[in-house]
Design a protein around this ligand. Structure first.
Ligand SMILES: C[S@@+](CC[C@H](N)C(=O)[O-])C[C@H]1O[C@@H](n2cnc3c(N)ncnc32)[C@H](O)[C@@H]1O
Length: 374
């Protein structure tokens, strides 16, 4: 198995290199309108924005910034195939403009626009980025009527283009089964509030840190890629930044396309690609190890599990998990700095590493199952 990952350093308002209806999933996080660190990025794409901000018209500035994002959402809709998803991580902004403090509801503005161009909304995810920062409470402190609740969450909007995706051929169905999640992962990943993923700070001093600070966590991208696509799919991130979505696609055996307006991010993306083989293999081993730990615990508390994964020989809760297969990465090849080809292993032992982490519980599971089946 091989995957291709291509990066375009250009303005995503025009994705002319990407044919219509050719993408299976969009995972992205745009610059957040009305968050100060993005003013220059928006200002460089529409000169009116700086003037409007200086004049103190926050609502118009918010609207003009979203006008830029709207053009990218139009392109996202065009390139997505029918029945495919867009997952958009966005936070609202609070800001004082002209003496007035208020919320700029970015998630609502984007959601409304996406619905107006033909997307269907699905239940979204609230990403709770709890903070202990001393300044998290805003406004008049203990005095009523002028204090505001904390802003410790962001959204992951989930949209679908067209109707439900179908997996028709036996090959498509088998690939879907291999791409499945473990039952215990499903219970957390498909919950509407994510509290177990830590965010990154927004304000850092040096340039590379600033680039990194806007990145979303790797786990967030990895989950979304695995929840809303199957192996071999094409994942697009039109606001690529440091390349987190591409990294998650590489680990997951998906192809990907990244678009980023600022070529400065190449200095973060190329080192990421060079390290992706070791990083991914460790990540996948860890995923399997967590499953083994879950199994051990579950057998002790609830008794034996009925099904077995055919690649790893480990118990699983449901029949849908029997074919899950995590392809280890063999190598990554870079051509012209912007295209990466990843080759994968077809051997389960490359991730299982011949280790039998829970031999004792596997043995107990089998004994108990045998007893039940007598
Ligand atoms: C919130 S950051 C994305 C961070 C990314 N998810 C990561 O993990 O690193 C938004 C990115 O969009 C880029 N950007 C802004 N306007 C753009 C446009 N019109 N086309 C393409 N990229 C753009 C910015 O340079 C920035 O890197």
């Amino acid at each position: 198995m091989k995957t291709i990952h291509q990066i375009f350093y250009r303005d995503a308002r025009n994705l002319k290199e990407i044919p219509s209806e050719s993408v299976d999933l969009v995972v992205t996080s745009p610059p957040y309108p009305m968050i100060g660190m993005w003013d220059d990025v928006f200002g460089s794409q529409n000169v009116e924005i700086e003037k409007v901000l200086t004049s103190g018209d926050g609502k118009l500035a918010h609207e003009l910034m979203h006008g830029i994002l709207d053009s990218v959402w139009d392109e996202v809709f065009r390139v997505l195939k029918d029945g495919r998803f867009a997952c958009i991580n966005i936070g609202d902004a609070t800001r004082k403009v002209n003496g007035d403090f208020c919320l700029y509801p970015n998630h609502a503005r984007i959601l409304n626009y996406l619905l107006s161009i033909g997307f269907s909304a699905l239940p979204d995810i609230l990403w709770r980025k709890q903070t202990n920062a001393p300044n998290k409470f805003m406004g008049s402190g203990m005095l009523p009527a002028g204090a505001y609740v904390t802003l410790e969450h962001e959204y992951i909007l989930i949209l679908r283009k067209g109707s439900k995706r179908e997996f028709k051929t036996e090959c498509e169905k088998q690939n879907r089964r291999e791409s499945a999640l473990f039952w215990e992962e499903r219970n957390i990943w498909y919950s509407d509030v994510w509290m177990d993923i830590k965010g990154t700070g927004q304000r850092l001093s040096d340039e590379l840190s600033r680039l990194r600070s806007a990145a979303f966590p790797y786990d967030l991208a990895y989950r979304l890629v695995n929840m809303y696509s199957v192996k071999g799919d094409v994942v697009l991130d039109p606001f690529l930044g440091t390349g987190t979505t591409i990294a998650a696609a590489m680990t997951s055996g998906r192809n990907s396309i990244g678009v980023e307006i600022d070529k400065g991010f190449q200095q973060a993306i190329r080192p990421m690609a060079r390290q992706i083989v070791d990083f991914s293999n460790d990540y996948l081993r860890d995923r399997l190890r967590r499953h083994f730990e879950f199994v051990e615990d579950r057998i002790q508390t609830s008794g034996p599990l009925k099904y077995t994964n055919k690649h790893y020989g480990c118990p699983v809760v449901t029949s849908q998990e029997q074919s899950i297969f995590l392809n280890g990465l063999n190598e990554v090849r870079e051509s012209d700095g912007n295209i990466f080809e990843v080759a994968y292993s077809e051997k389960p032992q490359d991730i299982a590493q011949g280790r039998n982490w829970n031999a004792e519980s596997l043995r107990k599971n089998k004994i108990q199952l045998d007893l039940l089946n007598r």
